[in-house]
Each structure stands twice: as structure tokens, then as C-alpha cells.
Design a protein around this ligand. Structure first.
Ligand code: WT7
Length: 640
């Protein structure tokens, strides 16, 4: 295929599976050309990022754009003073943006709340004052465990406003996952809700939080938002209702936004790795603000009048970067929806796109595949003509789902931005721009400033078209700075493999085609992606082993048409305990209770032994082949 992807062609026709953007989008795009600008950003990375940083408001300008004196602990905009919340809220109060909608929120039962930039700023200010009154100080870690309601965003911003560090734990996680994250961060304050609505039912977050607080004793103050109104246990001197506190006749003055160093931590976000213990990745005020705002503005072509819907949960990095921070910095209107995409009917999302006139929709391949199952008629009932751009994230999107999304939702006129990135990267790393020809299933090209390569285990670039390790050759402002309390692990996990070259190891395998487009294949480590959610085999295994009937367990991913992967587990029972279907169900239930519904194994298989290497490492490859009925391959390293 001699696809000419570098010279700009326009039109919506697809040719050899190349999709060209509509002329109108190209004409109005925030970035009109890629190759030259990309080359400039590589030749002089620091100037590129300095120019973007200048578009934000700083209390004091930085001395140095990039400090690489302590590799791989890079620092950006050192000496600079900034607060991301000043850029997301305060600065918009001085112009017409103050009257604009910052958030349009719809609850699953159909209740709607909206906040102008002015109102959001006021709520954040009020809650920030309350946090201070509760003893929160700059640098404290505050855990947030909430459903997708506006107070979640308010809580995050209130923390950042006073210089506290938020640690949001996804509301779909359960007791052990929450307790572990509270414990690791030693946070003293927890912000939660009684529950939320999901698929017509209520979740019971406060009950889970209560149990987690018993397991991890650091929490002294717990603030609960009333969402479902269901009864929940509140402990004297520890538990407070959010609405009671917000009525307190506290000083109503604006809470001053704390002046932060560029490199001061903004948040911790835990993500799964190859061991049982989740990693608390640390992101900062300065570089993260610059990186998320820039990627958002250029990749999704954000305009002042846009209504932007990132249909992720704020509890994941996608939500942190692209529901909360980048859109607010860019002054866009954010759409948020609390519940399930198919409740009460599979047209729920399309109905909201029509009702609110959404211009850009950013979601995951799993969500697209899930809605695709119901057929086009649900989408076709609605006027989706407000949509201009679409996006995908979380796992590779199969071309079939891409084409459905493009045709049925985008009516063949909305380019799809398939953005590859990670919790660790803070923002988009490999992504198309709206002006680029697209290939279904490919995340296209490196974002400005980034040099990507596909290499073998020795660091040699593989042949074009061949699969290899995806690496990043350079630092970027949005990169996670370290793992909380464990800088050594940060070095080992991401930088040790290609230490000599100084490259970042992403943990994904990928290939690059003749046009320079990247195709991500999947994880090369023991991270499992279920419906785009990231879980570690070891986390699932340790949840299983925490059950009294189990002595050993192994978890692997099996491919699944809808969810990308499902979890398959093999367990070894304690002496004298008999396998049964009932026990298998109980174990699935147990994992769900400890980690959350997303971690629930699809299969629990009982065995007498696990295949292990002589050094005792579980050979997951063998389990996987066996579970899929494939040849188990080379078994020479198997113990016996
Ligand atoms: C892993 C990171 C970053 C937001 C959500 C996920 C996979 C992510 C894509 C994509 C193929 C993708 C990778 C990556 N991934 N986006 N567009 N195409 N794979 O963040 O939970 O930290 O997971 O998600 O495997 O390593 P995360």
C-alpha cells in the first residue's frame, strides 16, 4: 500500500482503509500541520514546551525548563511557582468564562446539575475552607472514594487549591483495594459518599469505606456526601456529612489558592503493576498542567464553545487529566454522567449527546463494543449532528468497533482520536491529530516532543512491521515523577531495562508500519486489561489466597470479544478441602468483595499444582495456552 499519509489530502472517503478528515475540520484545526512542527519539537524540545507553558498563568516564571541532572528523576519548569487550580478556575473568573458552564452533570436516575465556572469556583473555595478547618495542610494526602458526582471534582480541586495531595480511589474498587491505598498513602482524611446509582441499583460506598477504615487505621476524619439517602453507619467524632459542613457559617471568603512549586505533588494515583502491591504514581502541578492542557487542546481541537464529554470515571487517570484538569484549564464545558451507558435503555448516551449538544466524545473500545451489540437503531433515533470529533482510549480498538463508531456514531464525518498513553505518562503520548489520515486500530504518531521506538530486549530497533517493546526516548512534562515511598521501584520498573540508553519502558508491545503509524498490541507484563481497566495478576492472586480455602493461585488474561480480556484463575486448595462449583462461586465473590466487580474472575479452575519455572515463577504462558486449548510450547524451563 503506497499510502501517502504525509501530504495532506481531505475528504471523507476511505481508501485502502485510510480515512481522511473532512476539509472543514482541517481548515479550522488548532494545529494545521504535523511533520514540520513535530520535527521542530524534537530538535528543540525545551523551546516547544516553554512556549506551551507560557500560555498558562504562573505566579513566578521557571528558571529551567528541564532539569535532567538526576536521571531518571526528571524535573520540569524548576523554580516556577504555579497552582493548577489557579489555571483551572481562578483565572477564568476574570473574564467571560466565569459565566460559562464548567460542568453539566446528569445522574443515572435523570437528575441534572450544572455549575458555571463561577459556581464551581465558589463550591471549591467553600470546601477547601472546610478541609482547612478539618486540619488539612499543604502536602497532606487526602483520599477520595466517590461515585461519579460533581462533589468528586469539587473535592479534587479543593485539595489542590490548598496544596493537599489527592489520592482518588475508583468508586468501583472494594474493601481491600481501598484499605491498601489508604494505608500506603497514610492519609488522615477520607472523602466519600453514601453510595451512587449504577444500573438502577445503588452502590454502598460508605459501608465499604467503613470496613476499609477498620483495616487501615490512619483516617481521623471522614466526610460523606449524601447521594442515595440510604442509611449508613456514621461514627461520632470521625464522620461528618458534607452538606452539614457546607452549611457551616465558616468564613465565606474565597479560599486563597496556595502558591506551589512547579514540582510539588498534585496527586497520587494508584495503578496495578506486576506485584500485588499497587504503585502510587506521583504527578505534579507544573509539568502535568502544561502537558494535559496542550495535548487536550491540540488532539481534541478544543474550542471555546465546545461541550466535551470524556465518558471515563474521574477515578482513573483518563478522568483526572481529561475530565477534570485539562478541560477546565482550557475553559471547556465538561459533560459528566453518573451511571451505566445502557440504563434504562441502550440509547442513554446518544440521548445525552443530543440533549446537551455534545461536540466531542471520548470513550473506550469496551464501551463502544458494548453499545455496538445493541445495533445501530438506538443511535439512529437521535440527532448526533453536534458531534465533531470522537476519541478512544484504554486498549487497542479492533477495526470492526472503530468502523462502527466512525459510521454509526460519527456518520463518517468525525475523525477518531485513538490515544495511547498510561497512568504513568499523565497525558497522550501517541495519537492522531484531527488533520491526519486515520487507520482503524492504529494510534497513529507520537505527540509533539516525543520520540518513540520499537526495540528488542537488547535495545536494537526491530524491523519495520515487526513486534517489539514500545519505548519512549525522552522525558516529557506530564511524566509521573516517582512511585510514592518507593523511588527504587520507579527506577526498576520503567528505567532499568534500557538504563544505558535512558529510555522509558512502557510495558506494551507494538509495531510500526511503513507509514510510521504505531499499532499497539498489548501488555507484555502481568498486567491484565479488563474492559480497559488495569489489574495485576498478582493482586487477583493475593485476593484469592486471602480466602481460607486457598493456598496458591494464578491469574491470567483470556481474550474476550466484548471486554478485551477476561480473568481466568487456577487455584490450589488447602489439604482436605474439596473442589466444588459452590466454592468456585464463593471465590469469585471473594475477589469481588476484596478488589471490586471488575476483578471478578470469569473462571476458577481447581488444580493440584501450578506450572512453575525452576526458580519458582508461575509460567502463566503455559496456563494460558492450556486454557485456550493451544500448544503449551517450549516447556524446557518447567520445573518437572
Ligand atoms: C495501558 C495503560 C491512559 C488511559 C487509560 C489507561 C493500554 C491505553 C491505549 C490505546 C492500545 C492502549 C496500554 C497501556 N492502552 N490506551 N489507545 N491503544 N492500548 O491507562 O490504566 O494506565 O493503562 O492501557 O496497554 O500500557 P492505564
Amino acid at each position: 500500500m503506497a499510502a501517502n499519509t504525509t501530504t495532506m489530502e481531505t475528504g471523507t472517503d476511505s481508501n485502502n482503509n485510510l480515512y481522511f478528515p473532512p476539509k472543514d475540520i482541517v481548515r479550522k484545526a488548532n494545529v494545521k500541520e504535523y511533520e514540520t512542527l513535530y520535527q521542530q519539537s524534537i530538535d528543540d524540545r525545551e523551546s516547544f514546551w516553554a512556549a506551551e507553558a507560557k500560555k498558562l498563568d504562573w505566579y513566578k516564571k521557571w528558571d529551567k525548563v528541564l532539569d535532567d541532572s538526576r536521571k531518571p528523576f526528571y524535573k520540569w519548569f524548576t523554580g516556577g511557582k504555579i497552582n493548577i487550580v489557579y489555571n483551572a478556575l481562578d483565572r477564568h473568573q476574570k473574564n467571560a468564562t466565569r459565566n460559562k458552564l464548567a460542568i453539566i452533570w446528569e445522574g443515572e436516575p435523570g437528575d441534572v446539575r450544572t455549575f458555571s465556572y463561577h459556581a464551581l469556583n465558589r463550591e471549591v473555595s467553600k470546601f477547601a475552607n472546610i478541609l482547612k478547618a478539618m486540619g488539612a495542610k499543604k502536602g497532606d494526602v487526602i483520599t477520595i472514594y466517590m461515585p461519579q458526582i460533581p462533589e468528586l471534582v469539587i473535592a479534587m480541586l479543593a485539595c489542590a487549591r490548598i496544596g493537599a495531595v489527592h489520592s482518588v480511589v475508583y468508586g468501583g474498587f472494594s474493601v481491600e483495594a481501598l484499605a491498601e491505598r489508604i494505608h500506603d498513602s497514610q492519609s488522615r482524611i477520607l472523602i466519600t459518599a453514601d453510595g451512587g446509582f449504577r444500573r438502577g441499583k445503588t452502590t454502598h460506598l460508605k459501608a465499604i469505606a467503613n470496613e476499609a477504615m477498620q483495616r487501615s487505621a490512619t483516617i481521623e476524619v471522614c466526610i460523606t456526601v449524601k447521594r442515595t439517602g440510604e442509611e449508613c453507619y456514621m461514627e461520632n467524632d470521625r464522620d461528618f456529612w458534607y452538606h452539614d459542613l457546607m452549611l457551616m457559617p465558616l468564613d465565606c471568603k474565597d479560599c486563597k489558592t496556595e502558591v506551589m512549586d512547579s514540582e510539588d505533588p498534585l496527586f497520587i494515583l494508584y495503578t496495578s503493576g506486576t506485584t500485588g502491591k499497587p504503585k502510587g504514581l506521583v504527578h505534579t502541578h507544573g509539568g502535568y498542567a502544561v502537558y494535559t492542557a496542550t495535548t487536550h487542546k491540540y488532539v481534541f481541537d478544543i474550542k471555546a464553545e465546545d461541550r466535551w464529554w470524556c465518558a471515563a470515571d474521574p477515578g482513573w487517570i483518563t478522568g483526572h487529566s481529561y475530565i477534570v484538569y485539562a478541560p477546565l484549564i482550557n475553559g471547556a464545558t465538561i459533560m459528566m454522567y453518573e451511571g451505566a451507558p445502557n440504563h434504562p435503555y441502550p440509547n442513554r448516551w446518544w440521548q445525552m449527546v443530543e440533549k446537551y449538544g455534545i461536540n466531542i466524545l471520548y470513550t473506550s473500545p469496551t464501551a463502544i463494543r458494548g453499545l455496538m451489540r445493541y445495533g445501530a437503531s438506538w443511535a439512529n433515533r437521535h440527532d448526533l449532528s453536534s458531534l465533531r470529533l470522537l476519541g478512544s482510549v484504554g486498549e487497542p480498538i479492533n477495526p470492526e468497533a472503530w468502523k462502527w463508531y466512525h459510521e454509526v456514531i460519527g456518520k463518517n464525518r468525525c475523525p477518531i482520536m485513538d490515544t495511547w498513553w498510561q497512568t504513568e505518562t499523565g497525558g497522550f503520548m501517541i495519537t492522531p491529530l484531527p488533520i491526519m489520515p486515520l487507520k482503524p486500530g492504529s494510534c497513529a504518531k507520537p505527540f509533539f516532543g516525543n520520540e518513540i521506538a520499537i526495540v528488542d530486549d537488547h535495545g536494537k530497533e526491530v524491523q519495520q512491521g515487526e513486534e517489539g517493546n514500545l519505548i519512549i526516548k525522552n522525558p516529557w512534562p506530564g511524566m509521573a515523577r516517582t512511585i510514592l515511598h518507593d523511588p527504587q521501584r520507579y527506577v526498576e520498573k520503567y528505567w532499568e531495562k534500557y538504563q544505558q540508553q535512558g529510555w522509558y519502558l512502557a510495558g506494551d508491545s507494538a509495531r510500526q508500519d511503513a507509514d510510521g503509524y504505531y499499532w499497539v498490541i498489548g501488555r507484555i507484563d502481568d498486567v491484565i486489561k479488563v474492559s480497559g481497566y488495569r489489574l495485576g495478576s498478582a493482586e487477583i492472586e493475593s485476593a484469592l489466597v486471602s480466602h481460607p480455602a486457598v493456598t496458591e493461585a494464578a491469574a491470567i488474561a483470556l481474550p474476550d470479544d466484548l471486554r478485551g480480556n477476561i480473568i481466568h484463575t487456577t487455584v490450589i486448595l488447602r489439604e482436605g478441602i474439596a473442589p466444588s462449583d459452590k466454592l468456585a462461586d464463593e471465590l469469585k465473590e471473594h475477589v469481588e468483595k476484596e478488589i471490586g466487580p471488575i476483578a471478578r474472575p470469569a473462571f476458577v479452575i481447581f488444580a493440584d499444582k501450578l506450572p512453575k519455572t525452576r526458580s519458582g515463577k508461575i509460567m502463566r504462558r503455559v496456563l494460558k495456552a492450556a486454557a485456550m486449548g493451544l500448544d503449551t510450547g517450549d516447556l524446557t524451563t518447567l520445573e518437572e
